[in-house]
Design a protein around this ligand. Structure first.
Ligand code: FSO
Ligand code: SF4
Length: 528
């Protein structure tokens, strides 16, 4: 196996035996084969589009299938095999409708082929660009899948997914030089903005516009279910199915911002938030006295507490019960069997829900504070969390940011500081949780609106982005920021293993992207 797609990749180079994430060799190879199958599907789907055939069900499938190869999503060879079989069936069926379309490789023949790297160019920079593109596409696929679940689709997003998947393979009629690859990579960023826009439309259209909402970190006496991941429709279904059962539902990880959506907040048994970021689950979940549902990444080996963990959607772990079709009766049954919390435990509250509308509403006050010299600088400190000790940088940075600065945050990286008392500035809380990783869309729109109001470019704003990355959704968001011309991004805790020295040079020269150093040094550099 060879996998270098996430930040915790072995020795900063690549996992070659067993993934640090727990992905074993067989599953890694299977995921590579599935990606290859999707490249074949892409070639056929592009020919179909030329013939005027757009098959939405196949587009939806392609997003889901690629999503299942993201870090910490699907560790189960049986369910991955089913995805592979469906991919073969769909490609065969679509090819039959398109004259001259190539037949997909049968699974038995695919098993004999090393699809991890065999199609990758020998040129280090081209290989790097192909990997950046593939990992960015995985992020796009995740957001497009979430959006499609909410009925939001744009056939152009699928068309680009196909173009990107076909690129560089023997199925691609075009050839691309390094500039062509970089062009595709930036286009991936733009397409990801569209995917996040669709998802925002789906979320707000279904659940309402997020409003700043205090969320309890305490516990309520009674039976309990913990729901983790990013899938809000799963949460809605769970809340509906647990209505009047006496079970309280708690959010975990990236589900925290769900509390800010009016439709979800209205359920009185949406009781609060439990735990912190994904990499702490093996410490935090054994003590949870109820059932646990993982709706998307990031799941880890539930050894020792597997009997109470369930999965849904694209997530799978061998041996766990997978809830199909948003039927959570097995989760509810398990929660009723488990003791639940013995008593009420009051807890602190944290604020979430500073979505696009709220932030845009606060923009005049922010601009005013900037004009009066009361607000020196805005920091966006966000992205994904992970296990590396170097990630304490983000906690320390937030603690050290001076009191006349605001801090926007999003995604699971915020759990390093989400419960800190940072006070307020001109009536605005200093720490503003924009939401999940996909809500980077909201942060981008607000930055563009502020630049517009101040009649300057986004790089001239008193705004600095200090991002943490872990998996492929973060890659797609980074590409979006680059495609929008956002410069001076600080990235950590380490730089991606899949970026070659020459491509890094381009990123530094054109975007002045830089690694995080120490909180003190970076603050000095930013604030002057
Ligand atoms: Fe985190 Fe995991 Fe949301 Fe990622 S929970 S690491 S970028 O999947 O998606 O922020
Ligand atoms: Fe290694 Fe990350 Fe790939 Fe897992 S996803 S095998 S940790 S590079």
């Amino acid at each position: 196996m060879f996998c270098n797609q996430c930040e915790q990749t072995s020795k900063g180079k690549g996992c070659t035996r067993l993934g640090i994430c727990g992905k074993n060799e067989a599953v890694a190879i299977q995921q590579d084969k599935l990606v290859w199958q999707l490249r074949e599907l892409a070639a056929v789907a592009l020919m179909a589009r030329e013939a005027g055939i757009v098959d939405t069900a196949t587009d939806d499938f392609a997003f889901k299938a690629l999503f299942s190869t993201l870090t910490n999503v699907n560790f189960d060879p049986v369910s991955l095999r089913a995805v592979q079989e469906e991919c073969l069936e769909r490609t065969t069926a679509l090819a039959a409708r398109v004259p001259g379309a190539p037949a997909p490789t049968p699974l038995a023949a695919l098993d004999l082929r090393d699809t991890a790297t065999d199609h990758l160019s020998g040129d280090e920079d081209v290989r790097s660009a192909m990997q950046i593109l593939l990992y960015g596409l995985k992020g796009v696929a995740a957001y497009a899948d979430h959006a499609a679940e909410l009925g939001q689709r744009d056939p152009d997003v699928a068309a680009f997914l196909y173009r990107g998947l076909r690129a560089g393979t023997e199925l691609d009629p075009e050839s691309h030089d390094l500039n062509g690859w970089l062009g595709l990579v930036l286009e991936c960023g733009k397409v990801n903005l569209r995917a996040m826009e669709l998802l925002e439309a789906g979320n707000t259209g279904t659940f309402g516009t997020p409003v700043p909402t205090p969320v309890s970190l305490g516990r309520r006496k009674g039976k309990a279910i913990l729901i983790s991941g990013h899938d809000l429709p799963d949460l809605l279904a769970l809340l509906e199915q647990t209505r009047d059962t006496g079970i309280n539902v708690y959010t975990h990880g990236e589900m925290l911002p769900a509390h800010a959506y009016p439709l979800l907040h209205a359920f009185p048994h949406l009781a609060g938030h439990y735990g912190t970021a994904w990499q702490n689950q093996q410490k935090e979940l054994p003590d949870f006295p109820g059932a646990v549902l993982f709706t998307t990444n990031c799941i880890q080996d539930p050894r020792g507490y597997a009997d109470k963990v369930f999965t849904s959607g694209n997530v799978s772990w061998p041996g766990l019960t997978h809830c199909k079709g948003r039927d959570f009766s097995a989760v509810i049954q398990k929660a009723l069997e488990l003791p639940g919390f013995a008593e009420d435990v009051p807890g602190r509250e944290v604020l979430t829900g500073f979505g696009r509308e709220t932030l845009l509403g606060a923009a005049p006050a922010v601009l005013d504070a900037v004009a009066q010299g009361k607000l020196r600088h805005i920091f966006l400190v966000g992205g994904c969390d992970g296990a590396r000790p170097g990630r304490n940088y983000y906690t320390e940075l937030v603690e050290k940011i001076p009191a006349d600065c605001l801090i926007l945050t999003l995604a699971c990286g915020k759990f390093r500081f989400f419960d800190k008392e940072l006070g307020s500035l001109g009536g605005i809380p200093r720490l503003l949780d924009v939401g999940q990783c996909n809500d980077a869309y909201a942060a981008v729109r607000v930055a563009l609106a502020l630049a517009d109001a101040l009649k300057c470019g986004v790089n001239e704003l008193p705004l600095s982005l200090v991002l943490s990355w872990y998996e492929q959704k973060a890659v797609s968001i980074l590409l979006t920021l680059l495609a929008l011309g956002v410069k001076n991004i600080r990235l950590g805790p380490t730089l991606p293993a899949f970026v070659s020295p020459n491509i890094l040079k381009v990123l530094v020269e054109q975007w002045n992207i830089m690694p995080v150093t120490t909180p003190d040094e970076d603050l000095k550099a930013i604030l002057g």
